[in-house]
Design a protein around this ligand. Structure first.
Ligand code: GLN
Length: 432
């Protein structure tokens, strides 16, 4: 056992809870400090999901991934800031104040795993765990200039993750290098009987930068409307680098992109409206006032405990699922989701991976985006991978206006190794 020392979080508000010391032991992650997103349960350590409703909550058990990183010898440094319950793209929807982007502190770090990204980008920790429901690992990785990987759905156990939208989300690694992503994947993957969607597919791989002959599909839609041309040009330069390393670049189409965002927002709000019903002041949340009726206390706890965006999504989801509307919204969203999946399956018969920008723009200024719809639109390039359940990584790809840009690589189900190899080849190419 060794005790790690680490710098305090006085500049970025990256942490909601920071521990006094981090104990590391022997193993693959020996001597490494790791930050854990605050929607991942840590036994005896406050886990708030950045919500007032869970302030002071001490989980009685560790999430499976927390058990795994501890077993591998990592030292837990603290719990990172995020958008409340994962609902957001900037980490501004936190009850504990926004996180600042280390690349430019007047800007957001992206979200919802913004605290994890800022903690890694600023060097406070070497690695972090994030969660990605619709881009929450890749977006902050892109905005802060680090690497973030969303594993194939089922490859990493969700046991102990506070659910936002179960069918879409995965826990995944965030780090400054692709090798560290790969190392953390070795630790995080594997079968867990406590997660009914867990798949026995351990990752044991050393990144290989040889991409000669690899076919990379580039969907036109990833460079379409709403994508900042300056970001698009930086990403095209990145794709040309992969071509110089021997890959074949093939432009393609993903027609289902027209429905992906709508399918995502109907699905995630529907799942959220059901998942968040448990926060009622009985089991979770500040204790109910016993003089009140159950209805009064339920109303009051939820009115005071949830932030605006969370309430908006509960209402949207409850509406989408309400009787008479189910076929009109939820069922349609599932049909659109199937089309997204089919588009990917079709493309992966012709290409090995798909590449494009991670985000349509660089990081916004804190407070710049106030309209929820325009915020949702910025998720357009990340949600397709969640709808389909495929692996997707964001790797730093230069800058636009001095701010980091991310290159996104997506691959077929259970081919996390392949997208990590391409990201590794890219990282090697950039640093030469
Ligand atoms: N920005 C998306 C949302 O708000 C994605 C969030 C996430 O991946 N947790 O739903």
């Amino acid at each position: 056992m060794a005790t790690l020392t680490f710098t305090r979080d006085d500049r970025y508000n990256a942490f909601i809870t920071m521990l006094d010391n981090a104990e590391t032991g022997p193993g693959k992650l020996s001597g490494i400090g790791i930050a854990i997103k605050d929607n991942i349960s840590t036994r005896g350590i406050q886990t708030t999901c950045a919500s007032r409703i869970l302030e002071g909550y001490l989980p009685p058990y560790d999430a499976h991934v927390v058990t795994l990183v501890k077993k591998a010898g990592a030292g837990i440094v603290g719990k990172t800031n995020m958008d409340e319950f994962g609902m957001g793209t900037t980490t501004e929807n936190s009850a504990f104040g926004p996180t600042k982007n280390p690349a430019d502190t007047s800007r957001v770090p992206g979200g919802s795993s913004g605290g994890s990204a800022a903690a890694v980008a600023s060097g406070m920790v070497r690695m972090a765990l994030g969660t990605d429901t619709g881009g929450s690992i890749r977006c902050p990785a892109a905005f802060c200039g680090i690497v973030g990987h969303k594993p194939t759905y089922g490859r990493v156990s969700r046991y102990g993750l506070v659910a936002y939208a179960n069918s879409l989300e995965q826990i995944g690694p965030m780090a400054r290098t692709v090798s560290d992503i790969s190392l953390l994947m070795e630790v995080l993957t594997g079968y867990d009987p406590r997660d009914s969607t867990s798949v026995n597919c351990p990752y044991a791989h050393i990144p290989d930068p040889d991409i000669r002959g690899l076919k990379i599909g580039v969907p036109e839609e990833y460079f379409g409307e709403g994508v900042d041309p300056r970001v698009a040009s930086v990403v095209w330069d990145g794709i040309s680098l992969l071509e110089r390393k021997g890959a074949d670049i093939i432009t393609c189409r993903m027609p289902s992109m027209a429905y992906a965002l709508a399918a995502y927002y109907v699905t995630c709000t529907s799942e959220a409206s059901s998942n968040l019903a448990r926060f009622d002041g009985v089991r979770y949340g500040p204790p109910a006032d016993t003089r009140q009726t159950w209805h009064e206390s339920f109303q009051e706890r939820r009115r005071d405990g949830f932030g605006t965006e969370v309430k908006r999504r509960i209402m949207l989801g409850t509406f989408a699922l309400s009787s008479g509307y189910y076929g009109k919204y939820y069922a349609k969203a599932q049909a659109a989701r199937q089309q997204v999946r089919n588009d990917f399956l079709r493309l992966f018969r012709e290409v090995d991976v798909i590449a494009g920008p991670t985000m349509p723009t660089v990081a916004f200024r804190i407070g710049e985006k106030t309209d929820p719809l325009s915020m949702y639109l910025s998720d357009i390039l990340t949600v397709p991978a969640n709808l389909a359940g495929i692996p997707a990584i964001s790797v730093p790809c230069g800058t636009s206006e001095g701010l980091p840009v991310g290159l996104q690589i997506m691959g077929p189900h259970f081919r996390d190794e392949r997208v990590i190899d391409v990201a590794y080849a890219f990282e090697q190419g950039v640093s030469r």
